[in-house]
Design a protein around this ligand. Structure first.
Ligand code: IPE
Ligand code: IPE
Ligand code: MG
Length: 237
């Protein structure tokens, strides 16, 4: 339980890394690590929502993760399918509103249908907004925003000299949402791996050696406590 005096970050983003290493340590196939990782995702999401976070963005599959062996990609797609089915009811009691960010067109028609359905079911929910980043790449999303602006300019809807930073932010998948305050990465690396590049300009970064399937409530609390010790200056003094 977090101390009531702590500031709860409004928007938390998590790079859920380390499933493969978690499995390897136990002599299990990587897909088993992903299975435990997916279970953990459902548990920790509810905890974070109850802690008072308003936006949670979870990195589940990057635009680069297609490079993995086909068996692993297949196992991940099956897990997404199963978890989306359960997630529809799972998050109902907490009023969590699920949104998918990334290019969903690359997924199978069945998975796209499930993604659309789970968004539709949750669309009027008033609780925490959960962004699940699937086939998400920040360069890809910035490219999409640039293309939209070019088309609007070509059609005479916007004058290039009037384009603002907000115009770009609005055309990202997270358009209209606040930037992440805290970005957590499990698995020990210190890199963004193409996650929220534009939105993270002033995010606090927290990296933990803990592998994603082991990232529990106490680990989340530790990250929030560390966040409360940071001095955010946003370029000021
Ligand atoms: C993160 O865990 C999950 C996905 C990228 C889908 P990894 O699969 O990257 O696990 P490690 O980093 O190899 O341990
Ligand atoms: C980042 O993890 C992507 C997700 C957690 C979904 P990766 O395992 O793909 O990142 P790299 O390859 O270590 O940079
Ligand atoms: Mg990894």
């Amino acid at each position: 339980m977090l101390d009531k005096k702590l500031i709860i970050p409004e928007h938390v983003a998590i790079i859920m890394d380390g499933n493969g290493r978690w499995a390897k340590k136990r002599g299990l196939p990587r897909s088993i690590g992903h299975k435990y990782g997916a279970q953990n995702f459902r548990k920790i999401t509810r905890y974070i929502s109850r802690a008072g976070v308003k936006y949670l963005t979870l990195y589940a599959f990057s635009t680069e993760n297609w490079k993995r062996p086909p068996e692993e990609v297949d196992a991940l797609m099956k897990l997404f399918h199963q978890n989306l089915v359960d997630l529809i009811t799972d998050f109902r009691d907490d009023d969590i509103k699920t949104i998918f960010i990334g290019d969903r067109s690359a997924f199978s028609p069945g998975l796209i249908k499930l993604i659309n359905e789970s968004e539709e079911i949750a669309k009027d929910r008033k609780g925490m907004v959960l962004n699940i980043a699937m086939n998400y790449g920040s360069r890809d999303e910035i490219l999409k925003a640039v293309k939209e602006l070019c088309e609007e300019s070509r059609d005479g809807k916007i004058d290039p000299k009037d384009i603002t930073e907000q115009d770009i932010a609005f055309r990202l998948y997270t358009g209209g949402m606040p930037d992440p305050d805290l970005i957590i990465r499990t698995g020990g690396e210190f890199r963004l791996s193409n996650f929220l590049l534009y939105q993270s300009a002033y995010s606090e970064f927290y990296s933990t050696e803990t592998l994603w399937p082991d990232f529990n409530e106490a680990e989340f609390d530790k990250a929030v406590i560390e966040f409360n010790h940071r001095n955010r200056r946003f370029g000021g003094v």
